[in-house]
Design a protein around this ligand. Structure first.
Ligand code: UD1
Ligand code: UDP
Length: 382
């Protein structure tokens, strides 16, 4: 009863860690293959959650292209699948690892379980290439683990058989709840030196392909403007290792007063920073799920989101990527405490911390070893 978990980037690892832990309880046997589409950022997570890796394709290259990643994953995984012959392959989300791993499994007629299935922006170039990666993976998958009822509706509209869909909540909430601690002590020297009581700490991240170039520069200029205009604001920006992000970040924000450019933080440090910050500005997918659970308002630095639940709940707002608009939206939250208060409420549209247990139960159900789990319903206890 081997189940092969395949992932390759930081967010996939964070979100698959709870699944690995749940499956380890048996009777299924989880085996982990990493593509290492990311290297250092992946290793940080593997180390934190102590995930033993059986196969490591080690494919990352500096400035890699989508085609390179797809080819290396497809080729590398074919051999692993031939050797392991798992009963099922589990993939996560919308990266190129996700899509190529699903295709590799399909070619060997091994069923695929898709974790975090059914998110849709309905625009193939936004986010790019993730929207298409997710749709293609959905077409290849035999089982779909949807984080929310809306994701389930998206799949039903695409004629996916309802009995192959489980609504589980998002496993990122499981990971987050296991990591955030009230009396956490930061290791990172920048975070240790921040005065969280006396200053308003803004957390910023950006890396999306569709933002490379002009939009990313605009976002960075808006962050600089914010730090200039508000003397009690500190911006913490852990910079993604992609050269397309690192280079403009250094050029525009390097040396800017009260803007802290730091390398990617280990998840424990980052999650606890989120829990203590004032406001989040990001184009990340995962942060749109984590920050609402922690009661932190999020300005999403994108034109579209495949995660509308946070927007509907009122804690997430689409701010776009134009310098003026981002600045305006952030200023509004920094000067208007009532508006800030309306957004800074803890809501859990994405999960209750039990997603991995539901996925485990769903797999047992699929293999005829247990009952179908009850669906996750936002707003109710798990
Ligand atoms: C990838 C995913 C994206 C996901 C993001 C999470 C695709 C197409 N993109 O984008 O969906 O949101 O990961 O962060 O699958 N690099 C390092 N060290 C690392 C990681 C990256 O040096 O640990 C650098 C390398 O130069 C690498 C580059 O970043 O070539 C880009 O990595 P890649 O995985 O291709 O794209 P991301 O932008 O990280
Ligand atoms: N994250 C982290 N360290 C950082 C920045 C982010 O551990 O310095 C975590 C964050 O909490 C979230 C995930 O990485 O769980 C998001 O990853 P990313 O933004 O790279 O990808 P996306 O979610 O956009 O696919």
């Amino acid at each position: 009863m081997d189940v092969l978990l395949v992932f390759g980037t930081r967010p996939e690892a964070i979100k698959m860690a709870p699944v690995y832990r749940a499956l380890r309880e048996g009777p299924l046997r989880p085996i982990v293959a990493v593509t290492a589409q990311h290297r250092e950022m992946l290793d940080q997570v593997l180390e934190l959650f102590q995930i033993p890796v059986a196969y490591d394709l080690n494919i990352m290259r500096e400035g890699q292209s989508l085609t390179q990643v797809t080819g290396l994953v497809l080729g590398g995984l074919a051999q692993v699948l031939e050797e392991v012959r798992p009963r099922l392959v589990l993939v996560h989300g919308d990266t190129t690892t996700t899509f190529a791993a699903s295709l590799a499994a399909f070619y060997q007629q091994i069923p695929v379980g898709h974790v975090e299935a059914g998110l849709r922006s309905h625009d193939p170039y936004n986010p790019y290439p993730e929207e298409m990666n997710r749709r293609l993976t959905g077409s290849l998958a035999a089982l779909h683990f949807c984080p929310t009822p809306l994701a389930r509706e998206n799949l039903c509209r695409e004629s996916v058989a309802p009995d192959r869909i489980y609504v589980t909540g998002n496993t990122v909430i499981d990971a987050l709840l296991s990591i955030v601690e009230e009396d956490y002590q930061f290791q990172d020297p920048t975070l240790r030196s921040l005065d969280f009581a006396g200053r308003r700490v803004l957390v910023a991240t950006a890396h999306r392909r569709e933002n490379w170039g002009g939009p990313l520069r605009d976002i960075m200029l808006a962050l600089k403007d914010l730090a200039d205009r508000f003397p009690d604001v500190e911006v913490v920006f852990p910079v993604h290792r992609n050269p397309q992000v690192r280079e403009p970040a250094q050029a525009i924000l390097g040396g800017a007063p009260r803007v802290h450019l730091i390398p990617p933080l280990p998840y424990g440090e980052f999650a606890n920073l989120l829990a203590r910050c004032h406001l989040v500005l990001t184009d990340s997918g995962g942060l749109q799920e984590e920050a609402p659970a922690l009661g932190k308002p999020v300005l999403v630095l994108r034109e579209k989101t495949e995660r509308p639940e946070g927007v509907a709940a009122g804690t997430v707002r689409l701010a776009g990527t134009r310098r003026e608009t981002v600045l305006q939206e952030a200023e509004r939250l920094l000067v208007d405490s009532e508006e800030y208060g309306r957004m800074a409420r803890a809501v859990n549209p994405y999960g209750d911390g039990m997603a991995a247990a539901r996925i485990h139960q769903a797999l047992l159900h699929y293999f005829g070893l247990g009952e179908r789990p009850l669906d996750f319903r936002p707003g109710e206890e798990g």
